[in-house]
Write a protein that binds this ligand. Structure first.
Ligand SMILES: [Zn+2]
Length: 77
C-alpha cells in the first residue's frame, strides 16, 4: 500500500502536543509515554503518525480515525 507523506508540523501546536503525548507503546505496555521524531503519512485514506517511544525508542503508531480538517461533517453531530 502506498504511503502519502503529510506534514505533521503543519498541524496546530496543540494538536502536535496531543499526538506527541497521547501514545500507546507495545513494548512498554504503557500509555502516554510520549513519542519523538514524529512522521505523518496517509495509507488508503487513513492517517498515521509514527514515531519512537520516548522511554524505549520502539516504534509507536497513532492512527487518526477522523480527519476533521476536511470539514463537511456538520450534519453528523
Ligand atoms: Zn516504550
Amino acid at each position: 500500500m502506498e504511503q502519502i507523506e503529510r506534514d505533521f508540523y503543519a498541524r496546530d501546536a496543540e494538536d502536535q502536543q496531543a499526538f506527541l503525548t497521547q501514545t500507546w507503546c507495545n513494548e512498554c505496555m504503557e500509555a502516554d509515554l510520549g513519542m519523538k521524531e514524529p512522521r505523518e503519512y496517509e495509507v488508503d485514506g487513513v492517517i498515521y503518525i509514527e514515531g519512537q517511544c520516548v522511554k524505549c525508542s520502539a516504534p509507536v503508531f497513532t492512527e487518526i480515525a477522523d480527519e476533521d480538517t476536511d470539514g463537511d461533517w456538520d450534519d453528523e453531530a
